[in-house]
Write a protein that binds this ligand. Sequence first.
Ligand code: DNO
Length: 406
Amino acid sequence: MGMLQTMRWFGPNDPVSLMDIRQAGCSGVVTALHHIPVGDVWTVEEIIYRKQLIESQNDTYSPLTWSVVESLPVHEAIKKAESSRELYIENYKQSLRNLAQAGIRTVCYNFMPVLDWSRTNLAYEMPDGSLALRFVWLDFILFDTCILKRPGAEQDYEPELVESARMKFERMNEGQIQELSNTVLLGLPGSEEAFSLHNFQQLLDQYQEIGDQELRKNLYYFIQQVAPVAEEVGVNLCIHPDDPPYRLLGLPRVVSTESDLDQLMAACAIRSNGITFCTGSLGVRPDNDLPSILRKFGDRIHFLHLRTTKREDHPRNFHEADHLAGDVDMYAVVKAIVEEQNRRKLTGVGEINIPMRPDHGHQMLDDLKKKTYPGYSAIGRLRGLAEIRGLEIAIERSLNPQLATN
Ligand code: DNO
């Protein structure tokens, strides 16, 4: 038995059902209480209600459990160190205690200001006709300088790119402008609502005084408060890296590189202060050596997101590739995971079967006719999971030939 295979489920309104997840061969479910406003306490009742929903067919079919929370979101006041942050930190601690009481022990979060992940195209056609998520730097510049018109935005980019963006913008029709704008402003995964342009600029303005150093300080303050509580109740917190892993829209991003992770791990040196190892996010940067990062942080890695991107002509352009066919050396990554799991077996430190989800997948086959959350259609993820599962079994067998007889 290797990684704990899971899939993300957005809750009862998700067009992908629990039965789909079960039939993909998963035993774990990754979900969140998306309906609870960010910053409010997740009550034991709400948590148990969701847990029971996930487990409701366990007597009849192969069992599913709620293995990971993704995400318990961090209120913006914490990221900005506003005075109300103390209240939100207390709420966060309480949610962790409540989750622990319900037996949920892995909690993912991120610390990206305002936006979560960003893409410029949610339906990029691949050569086989399936649809992928894509990020095009020029389109992002176009959004920033011509649609949002963020004050001072031009200064963040090379003048030739600003000019190319302007020329491209002039050729776009209303529908195309609207589509790009909605794509960038699509709020959090699990929500179908995009920010309005006006609202969005106001949120960005609130970060004027917060640069790289301030955001780091606020993150370390947060983790130093909450991780000891998590440790006490037996919960593993795991931060999700920035996606994409660089500054956007003048906002600082502080969880993009090995050095960022190093500093964060050192800021609170306990196991509960851990990492969601997302190969898709970290892998966008060629300077992130994924197997080596994995080996370095070892037992601080509590959750795995496995996917890969493919960089394009401009170093900041990428699309999400098939799980085994992008820039990430998935063989080397999975091998490092198998070795880490074997090490845990020997040392007894950490969960031996690290929860993993195939992150994103192409919209393909029957799913092309359906409306699903971008990146989270069933069949593409099922394909990714199946490929990774095979890869892991092959690596395990090659490292431990005696498994063949079991
Ligand atoms: C995208 C996801 C992220 C992730 C959050 C975690 O598909 O991987 O949105 O859920 O950043 O807090």
